[in-house]
Design a protein around this ligand. Sequence first.
Ligand SMILES: NC(=O)c1ccc[n+]([C@@H]2O[C@H](COP(=O)([O-])OP(=O)(O)OC[C@H]3O[C@@H](n4cnc5c(N)ncnc54)[C@H](OP(=O)(O)O)[C@@H]3O)[C@@H](O)[C@H]2O)c1
Length: 322
Amino acid sequence: MTIEKITLGKNGPLVSKLGLGCMRMSSVWGGKNNDEAESIATIQQAFDSGINFINTGDFYASGHNELLVGKAIKGRRDDAFISVKFGAIFYNGHMLGLDIRPNSIKNFINYSLVRLGVETIDLYQPCRLDNSVPVEDVIGTVADLIKEGKVRHLGVSEITADQLKKAHSVHPVTALEIGYSLADRQIEKELLPTAKELGIGVVAFANTAEGLLTGTLKAPLAPDDYRNHFSRFQGENLVQNLEKVDVLVNMAEEKGASPAQLAIAWVNAQGSHIMPLVSMNKRSRLSENIDAMNMAFTPEEMRILNTEFADGNLLGDTYLQR
Ligand SMILES: NC(=O)c1ccc[n+]([C@@H]2O[C@H](COP(=O)([O-])OP(=O)(O)OC[C@H]3O[C@@H](n4cnc5c(N)ncnc54)[C@H](OP(=O)(O)O)[C@@H]3O)[C@@H](O)[C@H]2O)c1
């Protein structure tokens, strides 16, 4: 089965409608890295299947993730559209803050190019914006890197509609990377319409809502599960949220799919400019999620999902509540 290609943003690059998120191949929040050989095989099989969009960050396990991607794309540079985030400062699995100063960005890019073993990064983006550096300076620095040939396209991530408009006025934004799922729909009010109006592609991550929509979670989570930090996954909130997820579980059973596949298919169905960016660490997930890209909903199924998972229907917050 081949993957459809879409134009990312107005007149932008041609990329696969399904993106491969590499973050969970490395131990971003501590713990063990995933099986390296399987991770590399997954990236390469993704290329064979027509997926070219791969996503990493320079702070994903202190460069481990970029080094891994670098190994996987060796000899296959033309198969890959590489998207890199920068700006998060991590120490021992904890995010300490942001550094998006122009000089820091110029430093970060050179390390990323070396770790990836490439001359140019296809899509380069600050992982967040804050008030420490004017948007013009952050975006202007990436625009300078584009002029220099170190970067092809500008992306942004996890920002507000106003920040998106501002960034786009400094330099055309090709893609917005943003958390979006049946369980996290707050961007539908302002940010998604703004991206559409400006002709900016949407790279949507966390389609399974940190695993909530996979139908495999049981309350309570294990004490060492990182999701315990978020109120959505705590106590009675989790119990009630899992009852809502049962609607997806039952629909999946009727359709002969898994709940995670339907969660991805729902994001895919939200528009031709919206790309599901999914973490896949093993080859078996690739085939499952490629199949998900061909799943469709009847109008009645869409109505049920949109009613059950209307914005605000789930209890508690995650890191995506902005
Ligand atoms: N810009 C940002 O702020 C930001 C933040 C987070 C992530 N990202 C990017 O977005 C990508 C995706 O985000 P994410 O990892 O948070 O969300 P995700 O894609 O929903 O992945 C969460 C988990 O879903 C599971 N999964 C995937 N396909 C499945 C399937 N068919 N059935 C059952 N489980 C399935 C995987 O678990 P298994 O291990 O069980 O396969 C994975 O660990 C990341 O890799 C990263 O590149 C960006």
